[in-house]
Ligand binder design. Structure first.
Ligand code: NDP
Length: 399
């Protein structure tokens, strides 16, 4: 079918690449290009021999000229950006210059301010429309599948959705006193930021971890969860008809929070450069260097994740509630692709998003969020490629 250029070769990319190779009818040829080429070569050596032809390259994704040269050389149908949020705009620039479709899993964040929002990427809308190419933003689990779940609920279950609560629970245990399940820098920036939710047309800001709830998750049991700001809230608030409130909650154990507080109190989570032995260093980047590599957690992590959305709204004039979620087992993921469930639940939707753009099922010139497309082919692909979903019509609600 076609060629895909995958940028980045970390935890999420590794799963997406395994999945592309399983889906070799669509991904006939892939190029893995990242900052550290040896990681791309090691993955190629592991996966080679199947039907997908694998190439590797070194690229600095902050260098638009290098990206353009790589795209012109390989001529992919789509570029799947699985590097870090800091690279999004550079990769979009290279896609525009070469008229190549673009997919990512996280919205742009400037490296020097811990703040993310869609405005920078939405500003590319007209240029992508004019170039006749599609940018699909946020094709991971959250954002990603949570937006597809919302579009599916809207299409098949409701006339109007008034409330959405997105719940992200991880009951995995890796046995370390403190580690993060994906890139520590991105993860700690996200959880130490102020929280916010959208209600009656306005954003309401909270202190970090100010709002706590306890929820009894199917297959996981009772967990403490905390309200965070999350990127899909921004696009769902615009795209879901009749919406009055959207919130996002993530589970954290007490020990994780105590460690994080301590690191914050001593200044280790700061992104302001400091002078150390004659060199400028960023404390959070130094912390990343001493924490366990998320990729090393795979073999040690036991337990399950549960991520989903609870919808409340109206159907045929009556009140209705509906819960759509996926449960993923860390050890099952490891057996299949040698990664834990956090990378798995992001890497599988990344492959599916790239597949739907490549086959044309989800092509629409411009810059789009996931809920703007027909959810049905994505929902079908989730069941087929390892993230089956479960529905409940009488879920416990979050107060
Ligand atoms: P990792 O840190 O494991 O991997 C990032 C990869 O990008 C590494 O291979 C790194 O190279 C490469 N990279 C970084 N900078 C550059 C650059 N300038 N040029 C080329 N390559 C570069 O991160 P994850 O795999 O955990 O996360 C990947 C993305 O997925 C992130 O954007 C993250 O925010 C997103 N994500 C989305 C989720 C969702 O549900 N939507 C959930 C989890 C993550 P090197 O190996 O040299 O360091």
């Amino acid at each position: 079918m076609g060629k895909c250029l995958i940028i980045g070769c970390g935890g999420v990319a590794s799963v997406a690449i395994h999945k592309c190779c399983q889906n070799s009818k669509v991904f006939t040829e892939i190029m893995i290009a990242s900052r550290t080429k040896s990681k791309c070569d090691a993955l190629k050596a592991k996966l080679e021999g199947g039907e997908t032809i694998i190439h590797t390259a070194q690229v600095d994704a902050d260098n638009v000229e290098q990206l353009i040269a790589l795209i012109n050389d390989f001529k992919p149908d789509v570029v799947l950006n699985l590097a870090l949020p800091y690279q999004d705009l550079h990769i979009m620039d290279a896609c525009l210059a070469t008229k190549t479709h673009y997919i990512d899993t996280a919205n742009y964040e400037p490296e020097d301010t811990a703040h993310f929002e869609y405005s920078w990427q939405w500003a590319y809308k007209e240029r992508f429309e004019k170039a006749g190419i599609t940018a699909l933003l946020g094709s991971g689990f959250d954002p990603g599948v949570t937006s597809v779940f919302s579009a599916y609920a809207m299409k098949h279950q409701f006339d109007e959705i008034n409330y959405i609560d997105i719940l992200d629970a991880n009951a995995g245990d890796h046995g370390y006193p403190f580690a993060t399940n994906f890139n520590p820098e991105i993860n700690i920036r996200e959880v130490s930021a102020k929280g916010s939710y959208w209600e009656n047309g306005k954003w309401i800001e909270t202190e970090p971890m100010e709002i706590k709830r306890v929820y009894n998750f199917p297959q996981l049991g009772e967990k403490d969860m905390y309200l965070l700001h999350h990127e899909e809230l921004e696009s769902l608030a615009l795209n879901i008809k009749g919406i009055k409130r959207i919130r996002f909650f993530m589970t954290f154990g007490q020990s994780y929070l105590t460690h994080l507080k301590c690191l914050e109190n001593v200044g280790m989570t700061s992104i302001k450069p400091i002078e150390f032995e004659g060199k400028q260093i960023i404390p959070l980047q130094f912390l990343k260097a001493v924490l366990p590599d998320p990729a090393s957690l795979g073999p040690r992590t036991k337990g399950k994740t549960n991520i989903g959305c609870i919808f409340q709204g109206k159907k045929d004039g009556k009140d209705k509630t509906y819960y759509l979620y996926n449960v993923c087992d860390h050890q099952d993921c490891y057996k299949e692709v040698e990664s834990q469930a956090i990378s798995y639940t992001t890497g599988v939707p990344a492959m599916i998003g790239a597949m739907l753009v490549m086959t044309g099922a989800w092509q629409k010139p411009g810059v789009h969020n996931m809920e703007e497309f027909d959810p049905d082919p994505f929902m079908e692909a989730l069941n087929k490629w390892g993230l089956p979903w479960i529905e409940s019509f009488a879920p416990e609600l979050v107060e």
